[in-house]
Design a protein around this ligand. Structure first.
Ligand SMILES: [Fe+2]
Length: 370
C-alpha cells in the first residue's frame, strides 16, 4: 500500500515561447499590480503587457531574508494591489507567494511558519519563472532566511498556490551556461530524489520520469545554445515537474548533503547539488537498483556497476562544464567532518533516503567529492 498524498498545482499553467505576453490580458480587470523581481528580471516587465497601475519591487537578493519580505510587504500595503506577479527565479517566486497571501492580513511570518497556517488569500497570484531549476512556480512552499538563527523559515500553504504559472522559455535565454548547467542538474535531483525516495508515490514517479528524461534530452543542448527554444522549454518543464516532486514527496540525502555546502561554503544551491548528485545516485544504487537503472538510461549511461555509474554521472556533470571537485571551490578538508555531522542531522531529508546513510557514509561522500 502506498500512503495517501495530496497534490497542489497552479490553477492555470501556460507553457510556450512568448506566453509572458498573456499575463496582461488575464489580469485585465486588476486596477493595480505589484511585480516582484530582481534588477535583472525587472527588464522583462514590459513583456507582461500590464494595464492599470503597476509597481515593481526589484530588491530581491539571492537568498531572501525577513527584511526582504518586510520591505516587499511594505510596498504592497501602500499600493494595495489586486494582483501580485512573481517574475524571477525561486527566491522571487517564494517572496511573491508570501506577499500575495500576507499583505492585507494581520498574520506575520512567524505566525505562518510551518504547514497550513496561512488563513487565506484575496490577491491574485501570477508566477512567471525566469530560470529552470527550483520549480517554485509549481508549489505551495516558500523559504525565507532568518539571519539571526542562520536557518530557513519554511512556510507551506495551499493559499500560496499560483492562479497562473507561466513557463516561457524565452525568459531563460540569457541565463549563463554555468548557471543553466548547475540549476538543470538540481531540477533533475528533485525528480531523482523523489523517484528513489522512501516516500515515493506512483503518481509522483510519473512526473519524476518526465522530468529526468527531459534533462537527459535537453540539458546539454540548453547549456550549449542558450537560445535553443525547444531545449529551454524542455528544461523549464523538467524544473516544473521537479517542483511537483518537491511537494508531496520531497528530496533526500542529496539535498541534505548539499545544504552545508550552501550555508557554510557559500556555494549556490544548484552547484552544491550538482557536485553531490553522482555520489548519492551511486550510494543508493544497490537499494533502488531498478529505478536507478531507469535514471541511468534516461541520462544515456551504459553503466551496470556502482563504480561505473559514479564515473558516468560525474562525467555527465563535468561535460556540462560543472567543476565537480570541492577543493576547487575553496572547501577545506578539515571542514568536511562538520559538514557530514550537519547533513546527517538533517533528519527531515535523510529519513527519506532509500539507503540508510551514517555520518561516516556522508563523510566518505564529501571526501570522494573533494
Ligand atoms: Fe534543489
Amino acid at each position: 500500500m502506498t500512503a495517501a498524498i495530496t497534490l497542489h498545482q497552479p490553477r492555470r499553467l501556460i507553457v510556450g515561447a512568448g506566453t509572458i505576453g498573456e499575463v496582461g490580458g488575464l489580469l485585465g480587470t486588476a486596477a493595480s499590480t505589484l511585480v516582484i523581481a530582481t534588477p535583472i528580471t525587472a527588464g522583462f516587465v514590459d513583456r507582461l503587457k500590464l494595464s492599470g497601475k503597476v509597481e515593481v519591487f526589484d530588491a530581491i537578493p539571492g537568498e531572501p531574508d525577513i527584511a526582504t519580505l518586510e520591505a516587499a510587504l511594505g510596498v504592497a500595503r501602500k499600493l494595495r494591489p489586486q494582483a501580485v506577479i512573481g517574475l524571477g527565479g525561486g527566491s522571487v517566486l517564494d517572496v511573491a507567494k508570501l506577499v500575495a497571501a500576507l499583505w492585507d492580513g494581520e498574520q506575520t511570518l512567524a505566525d505562518v511558519a510551518g504547514p497550513n497556517k496561512v488563513l487565506g488569500r484575496n490577491t491574485r497570484l501570477v508566477q512567471v519563472a525566469t530560470t529552470a531549476g527550483t520549480g517554485s512556480e509549481a508549489g505551495i512552499r516558500s523559504l525565507i532566511t532568518d539571519p539571526v538563527k542562520g536557518a530557513k523559515i519554511a512556510v507551506e500553504s495551499p493559499h500560496m498556490i499560483a492562479d497562473v504559472a507561466i513557463l516561457d522559455p524565452q525568459l531563460t535565454f540569457t541565463v549563463p551556461p554555468a548557471v543553466t548547467a548547475a540549476t538543470g542538474v538540481d531540477a533533475m535531483a528533485h525528480c531523482v530524489e523523489a523517484f528513489t525516495n522512501k516516500r515515493a508515490h506512483p503518481m509522483i514517479d510519473g512526473f519524476a520520469r518526465m522530468g529526468f528524461r527531459l534533462v537527459g534530452k535537453y540539458l546539454a543542448r540548453a547549456v550549449k545554445d542558450g537560445a535553443d527554444t525547444e531545449a529551454r522549454e524542455g528544461m523549464m518543464l523538467a524544473s516544473y515537474y521537479g517542483g511537483i516532486c518537491l511537494g508531496p514527496v520531497n528530496t533526500a540525502a542529496g539535498h541534505a548533503i548539499a545544504y552545508p555546502l550552501g550555508t557554510r561554503l557559500g556555494l549556490p544551491h544548484g552547484l552544491a547539488n550538482a557536485i553531490v548528485f553522482p555520489h548519492v545516485l551511486a550510494f543508493n544504487q544497490p537499494v533502488v537498483a531498478e529505478k536507478t537503472a531507469e535514471v541511468a538510461e534516461a541520462l544515456g549511461f551504459s553503466a551496470n556497476t556502482r563504480d561505473a555509474l559514479l564515473d558516468e554521472a560525474c562525467r555527465f556533470c563535468s561535460d556540462l562544464d560543472i567543476e565537480m571537485q570541492l577543493s576547487r571551490h575553496g572547501a577545506a578538508e578539515d571542514a568536511l567532518a562538520g559538514y557530514a555531522a550537519e547533513a546527517h542531522a538533517n533528519r527531515r531529508l535523510m529519513d527519506n533516503n532509500p539507503a540508510d546513510m551514517s555520518v561516516e557514509d556522508a563523510l566518505a561522500i564529501y571526501r570522494a567529492a573533494y
